[in-house]
Design a binder for this molecule. Structure first.
Ligand code: HEM
Length: 315
C-alpha cells in the first residue's frame, strides 16, 4: 500500500492509463498541475514505473575514430545516404549508357568494349573497370549493411510502442523501402548472372539462343524476348524508381542538407530522377518485345575489335 498524492502521480504509476502523453479526455491537457488530491491507492506490481531497456547492447569493440561514427545511428545514416547517392549516380549513368542499344549491335558492343579498355596502353585491360566495380560493390555492401543494422536498431527502439502506428509523415514509397530494396538486391544478382556472366544461358530457356560475351544487344534481345523475363525487368524497374524516389529525399535529410531553400527542391529532384529511370529502363524490355531492339545473329566480337568496330554497319 502506498500513497499517491496527485493525479499525475497516479498517471505516472499507470493507474490512469487513459492519460498517457498528458492528454486526458476527462481532465484536459494540463491536469499535471491539478489540485492535490489525497487518496490511498493499492500499488500493484504492474503499476511500477517501467525502466526503458537500453536500445542495443553496447558494442563490444569500440572502433577508432572515424570508424566509431559508423557504430552510431547518425553515422550509419550518413553512410546510407552517401552510398545511396553514389548508387543513384551509377543507375542514371547505366541507363544513359544503355541508350547505345538504340544505335545498334556494333555501336553498343564498341561502347561496352570502351568501358573495358579505359586507359588502355597505360594499364592492363579492365583495370580501371575493376576499380569502378570495386567502388560499386563497396557502395552496395555498405548501403545494405547500414540499412539492415539501422532497421535492427529501429525495431528495438520501437518495441515500446503500445498504440497502432500513425503513418501521418510516411508515404507509400517510404513504407515500402525495405521491400523495394530487397527486390533490387535480388534483381542485381540475377541481372549480373543474366547479362554480365551469362550464367542464365541454357537455364530454363532464358537467354534464348545463347549468351555472347561482349555483345550487349544480342544478350539483351535474347533475354528480354522472353515475356516472363521482360516482366521481371519491368517489376524491378518499378521497384528501383519507387526506392529512388524515397531514397533521394531521405539521403538529403540524413546528411543534413535540408535548409528552407533546398528542401522544397528535393522532392521535385527525386521525382525527376525516379521518373527518368522509370521511363528509360521500362522502355528497354518494351522495345525488345515490340521488335524495335533486336539482333539477328551474334556478333563476332574478336573480329570487330580487330576491325576497330567499323561504323555505318549497324543494323
Ligand atoms: C532495363 C534496364 C537495364 C538494362 C537494359 C541493363 C543492361 C545491362 C547490360 C547489357 C549489362 C552488361 C554490360 C556488359 O557486360 O558489357 C549490364 C550490367 C550491369 N547492370 Fe544493368 N541494365 C539495366 C538495369 C540495371 C539496374 C536497374 C541496375 C542496378 C540497380 C543495373 C546494374 C548493373 C550492374 C551492376 C552491371 C555490371 C556492370 C559491370 O561491372 O560490368 N542494371 N546491364
Amino acid at each position: 500500500m502506498s500513497f499517491l498524492t496527485t493525479r499525475h502521480d497516479r498517471y505516472r504509476a499507470g493507474v490512469l492509463p487513459s492519460c498517457l502523453g498528458g492528454h486526458c479526455p476527462t481532465m484536459g491537457q494540463h491536469h499535471i498541475k491539478d489540485k492535490v488530491e489525497t487518496m490511498a491507492v493499492t500499488q500493484r506490481p504492474q503499476d511500477k514505473l517501467r525502466t526503458p531497456k537500453p536500445l542495443k547492447k553496447a558494442a563490444r569493440i569500440i572502433l577508432p575514430w572515424p570508424l566509431n561514427l559508423y557504430q552510431t545511428a547518425i553515422g550509419k545514416k550518413w553512410v546510407m545516404g552517401l552510398t545511396g547517392l553514389g548508387l543513384v549516380g551509377f543507375v542514371v549513368a547505366h541507363m544513359i549508357g544503355n541508350l547505345h542499344l538504340y544505335e545498334g549491335q556494333i555501336a553498343v558492343a564498341e561502347y561496352a568494349h570502351s568501358l573495358r579498355t579505359i586507359a588502355d596502353g597505360l594499364l592492363p585491360e579492365t583495370a580501371v573497370l575493376w576499380v569502378l566495380r570495386l567502388g560499386l560493390i563497396s557502395m552496395f555492401g555498405l548501403h545494405i549493411h547500414s540499412a539492415v543494422t539501422l532497421t535492427r536498431m529501429n525495431q528495438v527502439a520501437n518495441s515500446a510502442y503500445q498504440a497502432p502506428r500513425d503513418y501521418a509523415k510516411a508515404n507509400f514509397a517510404s513504407r515500402t523501402t525495405r521491400i523495394t530494396g530487397l527486390i533490387i538486391a535480388v534483381f542485381v544478382i540475377w541481372h549480373l548472372a543474366d547479362l554480365t556472366w551469362g550464367f542464365t544461358d541454357g537455364f530454363m530457356g532464358w537467354q534464348g539462343d545463347g549468351f555472347n560475351h561482349g555483345d550487349p544487344l544480342w544478350n539483351v534481345d535474347q533475354s528480354m524476348s522472353n515475356i516472363v523475363i521482360a516482366l521481371w525487368y519491368m517489376i524491378a524497374t518499378v521497384a528501383v524508381a519507387v526506392h529512388l524516389f524515397h531514397g533521394i529525399g531521405s539521403a538529403f535529410t540524413s546528411i543534413g542538407i535540408n535548409s528552407p531553400k533546398i528542401t522544397p527542391l528535393v522532392k521535385p529532384l527525386a521525382a525527376g530522377i525516379a521518373g527518368l529511370i522509370l521511363v528509360g529502363n521500362l522502355l528497354f524490355p518494351i522495345m525488345v518485345q515490340a521488335g524495335v531492339l533486336e539482333a539477328d545473329t551474334p556478333a563476332d566480337i574478336h573480329q570487330l575489335i580487330e576491325d576497330g568496330f567499323p561504323h555505318g554497319e549497324n543494323e
